[in-house]
Ligand binder design. Structure first.
Ligand code: NAP
Length: 248
């Protein structure tokens, strides 16, 4: 049976690197995106070049009906989903906590927490042996921010990643005997476009001296870990939060 990976936020950065590596590893791939159809189409083309079946689906992970349609479309076109990579995430401008607006707080919680939970729920409904599924795995893309707290930068974002870590532990235990493994990766400073949303496109360069390994990481170094956790090589790994942060 072919392996199918659904990657939220697969059009750019860590999600795009994961999609390309998944295709190389023999998965058929669904690349979800929010706005950037051209970037998603490029990732799909790269996946197909490796011989995989691949598709792009626009869906805002914070909107329940769009998440359900995303899972339905993926299953209809590629077959049962064997792995969900809960990667879509947003970051707002660097700011002090005492300036945060309620709109900012709601948006980051909606996408990073509610979105990840809705996607995990849809995955469990389809993968769990309790619901007639054959099992599978979920990899949540959390952040080193969950244990650093991101003071003076984005405590709101850091707190959403703390929520993701807790969801990973709880849900992994809840469905451990239903054929589903759930783990989280916690990337440190990774060179992607997300830092532009924080108002600091050169954030990795500026902060890399604080990383014990003295450099930022690449999206493909995070994708390596995601692919490992998704694979049968990690068959006894569940409920784990794994840092990929150069020692930070
Ligand atoms: P990125 O380059 O900014 O890419 C973000 C991706 O998420 C894009 O594909 C974007 O789609 C998609 N997206 C954003 N909002 C969405 C929504 N509401 N619904 C569906 N898709 C949405 O980010 P990245 O750095 O690769 O980050 C990926 C994940 O890694 C995030 O969860 C982030 O928190 C986490 N992370 C990143 C770092 C880092 O240093 N880069 C460190 C720790 C953790 P469009 O292309 O359509 O906009």
């Amino acid at each position: 049976m072919s392996k199918v990976m659904l990657i939220t936020g697969g059009s750019r950065g860590i999600g795009a690197a994961t999609a390309v590596q998944a295709a190389e590893a023999g998965y058929d791939v669904c690349v979800n995106y929010a706005n950037n159809a051209d970037a998603a189409a490029e990732v799909v083309a790269e996946c197909r070049a490796s011989g995989a079946s691949a598709m792009a689906v626009r869906a805002n992970v914070a909107v329940e009906s769009e998440v359900i349609d995303l899972f339905e479309e993926t299953t209809a076109e590629l077959g049962p989903i064997s792995c969900l990579v809960n990667n879509a995430g947003i970051l707002h401008e660097i700011a002090r906590f005492d300036t945060f607006s309620v709109e900012r707080l709601r948006e980051v919680v909606d996408v990073n927490v509610i979105g990840a939970m809705l996607c995990a729920r849809e995955a469990v409904r389809r993968m769990s042996t309790r619901h007639g599924g054959v099992g599978g795995s979920i990899v949540n893309v959390s952040s080193a921010a969950s244990y650093l707290g991101s003071p003076n930068e984005f405590i709101d974002y850091a707190a959403t990643k703390g929520a993701m870590d807790t969801m990973t532990i709880g849900l992994a235990r809840e469905v451990a005997d239903e054929g589903i493994r759930i783990n989280a990766v916690r990337p440190g400073l990774i060179d992607t476009e997300i830092h532009t949303s924080a108002g600091l496109p050169d954030r990795v360069e500026r902060l890399q001296a604080n990383v014990p390994m003295q450099r930022g990481g690449t999206a493909s170094e995070v994708a390596d870990l995601i692919l490992y956790l998704a694979s049968d090589a990690a068959s006894y790994v569940t409920g784990s939060l794994v840092n990929v942060s150069g020692g930070r």
